[in-house]
Design a protein around this ligand. Structure first.
Ligand code: AMP
Ligand code: MG
Length: 409
């Protein structure tokens, strides 16, 4: 196991190298959001099934509109969405048509209602004046624009967002092949901890496990709380031994160099091949990562905010990879710093900031408290500002890299 301080990017790359998409299952569409397709999906039906109108207006033959304007056309049938046209359009005629209704045979364009003028009934049979010439295919949504039966609808690896699931719904499908959700165990360690429903004198309530469980669920994993292990090698080791059948095991605290920090030793005792345990980052320097069989182990720091920051930078990318997604890096946006920041070299800082949009740019203000021991210092943060490892100062107005956090509302 390496003891050198790893750069954040290297630590993430090494962690991700230990993770690959989980085996496939068929998931209901409302359960598939945020996972990637595990196999190619063929279109079951052509959509739209017919050329149809993109506007309320008149279905016309574009060739009829070549003379001087306005051009008067006789109105035949009225076609609403959901109706099938019955009459073929002959030269000099048109059909009243609503958005989404199929085009009648003979029509090749639609003139929007706003570019027409109703001819008074007193002037004879129903007619309309067309005020502008249109070319063929004008305001026509072509058959098969969304999908053509038998063709590839969405390829393996496509992230399933809301439009993709809408597309799949439109194909009459109710389930899709996706990697199953990662089963994520969370073990708290610490002599000072108690459960929230059993508070006791001289102890603090374990907040890391429940907050990590929320973050895991939001990232698409299925969390299981393993309770609290006391700070002995035997107990931490025994709890880890019990934690079978998980894809990812997260431990909280006890991972640094304190006298009672037994997580690394316990992981090693349990046969976990440790990869690294120190990252050049603040908050969150102690972070232990290793693997045993198909299970990935991540020992997160105990300080509550460090735990959340390391989740953002390392755990969420892993969960995304397990869900089959390829774009797993934390999202980044550009912004400007309000105020100044200083630090020594050596560690990359991830400064909790609050962003506001001003004069066409995102400006971030570092929160007054940057302590990793207090959750309050994370509570109003919208972005983590990346203060690079070797940099020592950032001036007011500096262009900075920002990571939107996933823990806000
Ligand atoms: P450690 O990493 O064990 O040195 O813990 C660092 C700090 O995090 C200590 O102040 C602990 O009391 C605190 N801490 C550890 N685990 C938890 C937890 N599950 N919930 C809240 N605070 C914790
Ligand atoms: Mg401790």
């Amino acid at each position: 196991m390496g003891t050198e301080l790893l750069a954040v990017e290297d630590a993430r790359a090494r962690t991700l190298a230990l993770a690959s998409p989980l085996p496939m299952e068929w998931a209901r569409l409302d359960e598939a959001l945020g996972r990637a397709l595990a196999a190619d999906l063929q279109a079951q039906r052509t959509l739209p099934p017919w050329d149809n109108s993109a506007m309320d207006g008149y279905a016309v033959r574009a060739a009829d509109l070549t003379g001087p304007l306005p051009i008067r056309l006789t109105v035949g049938e009225i076609i609403h969405a959901g109706q099938t046209p019955r009459v073929e359009l002959r030269p000099g005629t048109c059909a009243r048509i609503m958005t989404g209704a199929p085009l009648p045979v003979g029509a090749d364009a639609v003139v929007m209602q706003e570019r027409t003028r109703q001819v008074p009934e007193t002037e004879g049979p129903a007619a309309v004046e067309i005020l502008e010439a249109v070319s063929s295919r004008n305001f026509v949504r072509p058959r098969g624009e969304d999908a053509r039966q038998g063709e590839l609808l969405l390829g393996k690896g496509t992230p399933l967002g809301i439009p993709e699931l809408g597309l799949i719904t439109g194909q009459g499908l109710f389930s899709v092949p996706v990697p199953r959700r990662p089963r994520v165990a969370i073990l708290s360690t610490g002599d000072e901890l108690c459960r929230g429903d059993e508070p006791s004198e001289g102890r603090i309530i374990d907040t890391n496990a429940p907050t990590l469980a929320l973050a895991v669920a939001r990232a698409g994993g299925v969390p299981t709380l393993l309770g609290i292990a006391r700070d002995t090698l035997e107990e931490v080791s025994a709890r880890l031994a019990d934690a079978r059948d998980f894809d990812l095991v997260l431990t909280s605290a006890g991972v640094s160099v304190g006298d009672k920090d037994f997580v690394k030793a316990a992981l090693t005792q349990q046969g976990v091949a440790m990869d690294f345990w120190r990252v050049a980052i603040k908050p969150g320097k102690p972070l232990a990562v290793g693997r045993r069989g198909h299970t990935l182990y991540m020992g997160l720091p105990g300080n509550p905010t460090s735990s959340l920051v390391t989740f953002e930078l390392f755990v969420r990318p892993v969960i995304r990879r397990l869900l089959g997604l390829t774009d797993v890096e934390p999202p980044r946006v550009a912004g400007r710093l309000e105020g100044e920041l200083r630090k020594p070299t050596g560690l990359a800082h991830y400064v909790r900031t609050q962003a506001t949009w001003r004069e066409g740019e995102l400006w971030v203000r570092p929160l007054a408290s940057q302590t990793s021991g207090a959750l309050r210092s994370a509570s109003s943060a919208s972005h983590l500002l990346h203060f690079p490892r070797q940099a020592t100062s950032l001036a007011h107005g500096a262009h900075v890299e920002l990571l939107p956090v996933s823990w806000t509302v």
